[in-house]
Design a binder for this molecule. Structure first.
Ligand code: SF4
Length: 438
C-alpha cells in the first residue's frame, strides 16, 4: 500500500450495507414499524431474512449475533416462536401472498437447526407469506454442521443457494480462530450439496485473521478456485474485543498490520481473478455466468445487510432476534436480546425496538452511495457540497473526477467506502463505531 493511503486505511468507515447505517438507529416504537408495514402497497415485492441465533461453538473472530445453547430445546422453542412471528406478519401484511422473491437464512448457524425444525420454519413461510415462482432460497452453512440429514432437509425444502463460511484453509490459522474445518471437509460438503441439486455455492473468506500471511491467503484463494463456487465474498476481520468478548481469545500480537491486511486482500483478489472470477464492488468475486455478474452488467446490482445481492425486492422483512426489516419508510430492528424477542414472538407482539425513519434526502444519498459501492462510479451533480472532499480524495488518487462524474480506480476499490462516505450526511467520524476501511 502506498504510504499516503495509510491514513485512509485506518479510518473507521461504515460498510454501507444500508443508508442510513445501523449506527444511526435509535429507539423505535413497534407501532411505528407496524404502521410502516401496513402501508406496504399490495403489489410490493418482498424478500425475507430469518436469523437463527445459535452455533455449535463460538469462533473467536465472530462478530455475529449468536450464542451456544446448552440444550437443543432452545432451538425448538426458537422454532415455535419464529413460526408464530412469521404467521403474525403474514396476517398483518396487506395484499396477496406469494410475493417473497428472496428468502435468506443467516445467523448464527441456520444449519444448527435439525431438519424437523428447519422444515417447520419453511412451512410457516409457505403458509403465511408464500414464495414467488422461481424465488431464491439461500442458507448460510457452517460446513462442520452439514450432515447428510441436514443436507437432505435443505434440498427437500427447495434451498437453491448455499453460502459456506470458509474463512481460511490453513489449519494453523483455523486453530488460532477456534474453527477447525479441513479443506477435505469443505470439498466433501460442496460435492454433496451439488449432488443434492444445490449448485449455487457461495464462499466467504476473511483476511486479517491471526497467523495469516500473503502466502497463506493466496493458497486459500487457489484452493477456493479448485472448488469453483459461483461467488466469493472477501471480508476483513474487525477486531473489537471490547464489543465481542470471544475476540479477546485472539492475541493482538498475532494480527497482521494494516499494510499486511491490504496486501492480503489484494492477493486474494488477484488469485481469484487469475482463475476467471470477475470483481464486484468492494469485496465480491463471481463467475462470469453468475447472476451477480449479469446484475453488474445490467446495473441491477443491490447492496443489503448480507452484502451484494441480486435481490430487487421493494421491501425486506426480518425475522428472529436482531434481524432488520428495510421498508420504504425506514429500517426497523427486532430486539437483539433473545429473551425479549422470544417473549414478544410468543405473545404475538412485534419485538422491534430500534430503527430509523428515512427521509427523501436519505433516499437521494442512499442512491449515490449504492452506485459507488456497486459500480465504483456515479454522477454527483446533485451533491455539489461533496466536491471539496472529493477533490481531496482525488489528490491522493482514490477517486478520478471528470466534470460531475466520479470513478474509483479498480486498484483502489478497497477504498470505495471512503469515497461513498463523502455523501454520508450522518457520518460523525467517531472512532469505534465502524470497521476500519482496510
Ligand atoms: S459459525 Fe459463524 S456465527 Fe457461529 S460463531 Fe462461527 S462465525 Fe460466528
Amino acid at each position: 500500500m502506498q504510504p499516503h493511503l495509510l491514513k485512509y486505511a485506518l479510518q473507521d468507515i461504515p460498510r454501507y450495507t444500508s443508508y442510513p447505517t445501523a449506527a444511526q438507529f435509535g429507539p423505535l416504537r413497534p407501532e411505528t414499524f407496524e404502521f410502516w408495514r401496513a402501508g406496504l402497497g399490495v403489489a410490493t415485492s418482498l424478500s425475507a431474512y430469518v436469523h437463527v441465533p445459535f452455533c455449535r461453538q463460538l469462533c473467536w473472530y465472530c462478530g455475529c449475533h449468536t450464542s451456544v445453547p446448552n440444550s437443543y430445546s432452545r432451538a425448538q422453542r426458537f422454532t415455535a416462536a419464529i413460526t408464530r412471528e412469521i404467521a403474525a406478519t403474514g396476517a398483518a401484511l396487506p395484499g396477496p401472498k406469494a410475493r417473497v422473491k428472496h428468502l435468506h437464512f443467516g445467523g448464527g448457524t441456520p444449519t444448527y437447526l435439525k431438519p424437523q425444525e428447519f422444515t417447520s420454519v419453511m412451512d410457516a413461510v409457505h403458509t403465511h407469506l408464500g414464495l414467488a415462482p422461481g424465488a431464491e432460497l439461500a442458507v448460510e452453512i457452517d460446513p462442520r454442521t452439514l450432515t447428510p440429514q441436514v443436507r437432505a432437509g435443505l434440498a427437500q425444502n427447495g434451498i437453491n443457494r448455499a453460502s459456506l463460511g470458509v474463512q481460511d484453509f490453513s489449519l494453523a490459522v483455523q486453530a488460532k480462530i477456534n474453527r477447525i474445518q479441513p479443506f477435505g471437509l469443505v470439498a466433501a460438503g460442496v460435492e454433496a450439496l451439488r449432488k443434492s441439486g444445490i449448485d449455487s455455492i457461495n464462499f466467504d473468506l476473511i483476511y486479517g485473521l491471526p497467523g495469516q500471511t500473503e502466502a497463506s491467503v493466496a493458497e486459500t484463494a487457489r484452493l477456493t478456485a479448485t472448488l469453483a463456487p459461483s461467488r466469493v465474498a472477501v471480508f476483513g476481520y474487525a477486531h473489537v474485543p471490547w464489543f465481542k468478548k470471544q475476540q479477546a481469545m485472539i492475541k493482538q500480537a498475532d494480527l497482521p498490520g494494516v499494510e499486511d491486511r491490504f496486501a492480503q486482500a489484494t492477493i486474494i483478489g488477484d488469485v481469484l481473478q487469475e482463475h476467471g472470477y470477475v470483481p464486484v464492488g468492494l469485496d465480491h468475486y463471481v463467475k462470469p455466468d453468475d447472476d451477480m455478474a449479469k446484475a453488474l452488467a445490467t446495473r441491477t446490482l443491490r447492496r443489503n445487510f448480507q452484502g451484494y445481492t441480486t435481490d430487487a425486492a421493494d421491501a425486506l422483512l426480518g425475522f428472529g432476534p436482531s434481524s432488520i426489516s428495510a421498508l420504504p419508510n425506514g429500517f426497523a430492528q427486532n430486539a437483539r436480546d433473545q429473551a425479549a424477542w422470544i417473549t414478544a414472538a410468543e405473545e404475538g407482539r412485534t419485538s422491534v425496538d430500534r430503527g430509523i425513519a428515512v427521509t427523501d434526502e436519505d433516499n437521494r444519498r442512499a442512491q449515490i452511495i449504492s452506485q459507488i459501492m456497486c459500480y465504483l462510479e456515479a454522477d454527483f451533480a446533485a451533491f455539489p457540497e461533496a466536491l471539496p472532499r472529493l477533490e481531496e480524495l482525488a489528490s491522493d488518487g482514490l477517486v478520478k473526477l471528470n466534470g460531475t462524474h466520479l470513478s474509483v480506480p479498480t486498484e483502489h476499490r478497497l477504498f470505495c467506502r471512503t469515497v461513498a462516505q463523502a455523501f454520508d450526511a450522518h457520518y460523525t467520524g467517531q472512532a469505534g463505531r465502524h470497521a476500519k476501511a482496510v
